[in-house]
Design a protein around this ligand. Sequence first.
Ligand SMILES: Cc1cc2nc3c(=O)[nH]c(=O)nc-3n(C[C@H](O)[C@H](O)[C@H](O)COP(=O)(O)O)c2cc1C
Length: 217
Amino acid sequence: MSAKVLLVYYSYTGQTQKVLDAAADVLRERGCEVTLAPIEFVDPQYSEPFTRFPMRRVWPDMFSVFKAQGRGETGEIRTPDAVRAGDYDLVLFGSPTWWDTVSMPLRSFLESKEAGPLLNGTPYAVITVCRRYWRKNLEAVRELADKQGGRFVDSIHFEYPGGQLTSMLSLTSYLGSGEYRDRYLGVKIPTTNISAAQVDQARAFAGRLADRLFDGK
Ligand SMILES: Cc1cc2nc3c(=O)[nH]c(=O)nc-3n(C[C@H](O)[C@H](O)[C@H](O)COP(=O)(O)O)c2cc1C
């Protein structure tokens, strides 16, 4: 019997998707039955800026969820049937940081009635993806997943290059244009987003998870 793994994640610009795809490939190579479960953010109040890329007006669009994130609000989401179907040996969460914590779409799933049956006694791991701030995101995911009965196994985080200012300029330039530029507002900026080296790290992380959980299965 092959181990069953479910990848539950939200991804607006595809960065979280990129590292989870890499992890999924490795888990499949290791004989696991892997199912991807992207969360769709469909909230009538908050999802509109995230229905298109690049953002239309980057700062107002980013700030559109600022207060809601600070209050830990949940919103309307849609999830694939796989989250309601069957027992999994591992659930892997992909969690981009929004305003220093877990994004509303993933929080909404973790606080939903569906998360209980999925996580009850199930090992889970967390991949956080962010410009810089991963710790509170991870803590929030762990707190919510633990509350639903999940058993934390491991985590990894990915940050984008640059210092506080340059990484922010680079990310906002990208979110507002969909392009990688050398300069933004006259400042030289590093390339934002997940790098090829980080994709390799995600593969190695998935390999370690498989060693730990599924060796001999
Ligand atoms: C609304 C919004 C808020 C964000 N807030 C933060 C933040 O507080 N700290 C941080 O490090 N990155 C922040 N980011 C950057 C995201 O974490 C980064 O763009 C994310 O990894 C993209 O992943 P995705 O393409 O899978 O959605 C924010 C991005 C968005 C869109």
